[in-house]
Ligand binder design. Structure first.
Ligand code: GLU
Length: 356
């Protein structure tokens, strides 16, 4: 067994995401998955479930003809369907003696440091009580600007939130495919997986394999292993945790970034961009310096102090992300200027920088 696989048996906290297709049609599938989850829980292992399915179930419950396009009707479907989804999970877990708890999150909850922290504490408390948290996006209030993208991305942000060691994305595919062949192991997501997954989602998922690969990139950078596998296969969870060769394993990144930097890089949405001269790019990436106004060639967007910004070189390639210490207008006024008091001239402090 390759070492990357055998490590999985030791995962103490696991985030498991299950897609609508696996769940919405079939109560039997939910009962089976519930039993599989229960078999893996116990001393030394906690599981957090991220479950989709609210919209699909709500469409049926409200008698809508197909999945609506308008956002308000989608939100209505989610509101109607979320209760069915949780009822079904209750029903599936109750005979096993598992207490479930519903957690509905929006992207804005996690983008706010204090609210995100509250969510983290509540999740820890639920796990400490022995309950199984079941997370979904709070679709009824989530409009485009505050959406996670999809539940793959939501799950990837839950990973650093609960400090999980493994993320399992169950879908209706065998794993990442190269032609018709399953890829068993990915070490470098950018090089090995991205080209096979189709168009890049540039951070905002749209479902499908591209979205799973982006979620895998984020979760592996948080230090977790990720497995994408077929949720229809009986015993799939047990096989994954036993280190068997199922699905695609994305190995944890060697360049793990801490929870706060991960939040800056992936949870926050950049509100603008800073264009750097080549000297400043070097100072950041080779010498670990803060970004000073003197190295800024241009400022784009209308960000405020404290907002996330992307940092690009003159060719437009993103070299880093960070939190701005100046507003866009102050940064524009100071761009390219050398100042005596270095503190005034810091546009992004090195503590708030994530280098790619
Ligand atoms: N939150 C959506 C639902 O419960 C699903 C989003 C997704 O699967 O990506 O229907």
């Amino acid at each position: 067994m390759p070492p990357a696989r055998s490590q999985l048996a030791r995962a103490r906290r696991v985030v498991l995401k299950i897609g609508s297709k696996t769940l919405s049609q079939d109560r039997e599938a939910m009962r089976r998955i519930a039993a599989e989850i229960q078999a893996l829980r116990g001393p030394g292992r906690e599981i957090v479930l991220v479950s989709s399915g609210a919209i699909a179930l709500g469409v049926a419950k409200l008698g809508m003809r197909g999945r609506p396009r308008e956002i308000a009707r989608l939100q209505a479907a989610a509101a109607a369907g979320q209760t069915v989804l949780m009822n079904r999970w209750e029903e599936a877990f109750a005979p096993l003696g598992v207490t479930v708890a519903q957690v509905l999150l929006t992207h804005a909850d996690l983008a706010d440091r204090a609210r995100g922290n509250n969510a983290r504490l509540a999740l820890s408390a639920l796990l400490a009580e022995g309950a199984l948290p079941i997370i979904n996006e709070n679709d009824t209030v989530a409009v485009e600007e505050i959406k996670f993208g999809d539940n793959d991305q939501l799950a990837s942000m839950v990973v650093p939130l609960v400090d999980a060691e493994l993320l399992v994305l169950l879908s209706d595919v065998e794993g990442l495919l190269d032609g018709a062949t399953r890829v068993p192991l990915v070490v470098d997501v950018e090089q090995e997986a991205r080209p096979l997954a189709g168009a890049s989602t540039s951070g905002v998922g749209t479902g499908g394999m591209a979205s799973k690969v982006e979620a895998a990139r984020r979760a592996t950078l948080a230090g977790a292993a990720v497995v994408v596998a077929d949720g229809r296969v009986h015993g799939v969870l047990e096989a994954i945790l036993a280190g068997e060769d199922v699905g695609t394993l994305f190995a944890p990144s060697a360049r793990r970034i801490g929870a706060r930097r991960h939040w800056i890089a992936f949870t926050l949405r950049p509100r603008g961009a800073l264009v750097l001269d080549p000297g400043a790019v070097d100072a950041l990436s080779k010498r670990g310096r803060s970004l000073l106004a003197v190295g800024v060639l241009g400022v784009r967007g209308d960000f405020r102090k404290g907002d996330a910004v992307t940092i690009v070189d003159v060719t437009g390639r993103e070299v880093a992300r960070g939190l701005a210490r100046l507003s866009a207008s102050d940064a524009t006024a100071m761009a390219g200027r050398a100042t005596d008091g270095e503190e005034d001239a810091v546009v992004v402090h090195r503590d708030d920088l994530v280098l790619w």
